[in-house]
Design a protein around this ligand. Sequence first.
Ligand code: ADQ
Length: 489
Amino acid sequence: GCEKEENPYKQRLLVVANRLPVSAVRMGDDNWKLNISAGGLVSSLLGLKGFEVKWIGWAGVSVTDEVGQKSLTKSLAKERCIPVFLDEETIDQYYNGYCNKILWPMLHYLGLPQEDRLSTTQSTQSQFDMYKKANRMFADVVNKHYQQGDIVWCHDYHLMFLPQVLKEFNTQMTVGWFLHTPFPSSEIHRTLPTRSELLRSVLAADIVGFHTYDYARHFVSACTKILGLEGTPEGVEDQGKLTRVATFPIGIDASRFIRALDLPEVQEYITDFRERFAGRKLILGVDRLDMIKGIPQKLLAFEKFLEENPDWCSKVVLLQIAVPTRTDVPEYQKLKSKVHEIVGRVNGRFGTLTSVPIHHLDRSLDFHALCGLYALTDVALVTSLRDGMNLVSYEFVACQALKKGVLILSEFAGAAQSLGAGAILVNPWNIPEVASAISYALNMPSEEREKRHQLNFMHVTTHTAQEWAKMFVSELDETVVEAQLRATQ
Ligand code: ADQ
C-alpha cells in the first residue's frame, strides 16, 4: 500500500542481493503480480530499528521492454524494492553459469567437470566476463540510488565484485559484504583462475562477514597466501588499510515459528499428519534439492538403518521434502534421478502392501504445513556435505517445544558450531555412523532428549536473525567510524 513519508533522520540501509525478496509475474503489459517471500533476510531486517531498508536486486524475470521496466519499477517501489534488470543471456552466463556452475561447487568443496574450470575454455571465460558485467549492473543501480550517509550491505557469492566497483565510484561509501556459504580452505580457493581478482574485490569492502570462525580464517589465509597481504586479528591489512573480517552466525526469526504453532491452520495440519503417520516415528528431511545437502547419503544411511533394524521397518517413516532448484543446470537434473532411484529401491526392498518407509516429495511446502511437520517430527535428519549454516535445523528446534525431538546434524554444516551441544553430530559420508545415529535418536530416553533440546532451543531463541542483522550493521558502522578517526589522527 501507500507508505507514509519516511522519517528523514533514519539512516538508510541498501540491501543488495542477487534476488529481491519479491518475485514478479507479468499479468499484462503494465500489470504485475508480486509474490513476496517472508523468509530469511526479510525477517532478519524487520527488527532493525533506526534504519530505513531498501532492497536492490533481480526480481526473477527478464523484462526487456521499456513499458514493462517502468511499470515493474513502480510496483516494486511500494515494497521498497528496486529492480536490477538482467536479460536472459546475462542470467544464463552470470547466474546459471559462473555463480552456480563454478563458484557454488568451489565454495562447497565439490568437484566439477575439469574443463568447466579451465580459464582457457571459451564458455568459462565469457561466463566470468558476464559475472563482472552483471556485478557492474548491480553497482549502477546502487550508485543511482545512493545518498550520502547510506549503508550498503552486499550479499553472497553472486556479488563478489560489487564492493570494488562501488568503492571505485565513491571511496566514502560504507560497504559491507556477507557470505552465506562456507569459505573453503585457501587450498581450494587457490585453484580458481580468478582467485586474486575475486579476493581483491571483496577486500574493497569495509567489513567482510562469515557465518563461522573457520570460514573467516580460511578467507584470511587465502588473502595472505595468494595476495601476500598481512592477516591480523582484526582482518586483512593492505598498505595500512584494514579490511575488517569477522563472524556473524545467522539465525532465524524464532518467534515467528513459535507463534505459528498456535494458529488454527497449523493445528489442523498437525492433527492431519498425526493421523497419517499414526503408530510410526517420523524422521524428517527438508532441503533444497542440491548436491550440498547430501540427500543420497541420507537415503543410503536410512536404508542401512532398516537393513540393520528390520523390526523398525513398519514403525518408522522418513519424510523427505526436497524442493527442486536450479533446474536448468544438468547436474541438478542428474541428482534428481539419482535420488528417485534410491527412493524406489529402498521402498521396493522394505515396503509392504500397506506402507513404504520413505515418502519423498519434489516440492516446497507452505509455511504452515512446514511448521506442522516440524512440530510433529521425532528426528530431524540434516546431512549436508557442506552448508554455510543450515537454517532448517534451527527451524526444527524452534518448533519442538512440546515434543523435544532429536536433531541429527552434519558436522559440515555451519550450524554444527552452534547446535553441536544438543544435536547428534555425524559425518554424512560415513553411512554406518549415520545409521547408528538414527537408531540412537529413535531410542533416546526422554531425559536426554529434553536436555539436548533445551540447549538448542536456548541458542535458537537468543541468536536470532534480527540479532544477526543488528550485529552486522552496527559493526560495519563502528568500523567506518574508527577508520575515519584513524585517518584524521
Ligand atoms: P539454503 O541453502 O537455502 O541457504 P537453509 O539455510 O537450510 O539453506 O535455508 C533454506 C530455507 O528454505 C529454510 O527457511 C527452509 O524452511 C526453506 N526450505 C527448504 N526446503 C524447503 C521445502 N521443501 N519446502 C519449504 N521450504 C523449504 C543458504 C546457505 C545456508 C545458509 C542460508 C542463510 O546455503 O547454508 O544457512 O543461506 O545464510
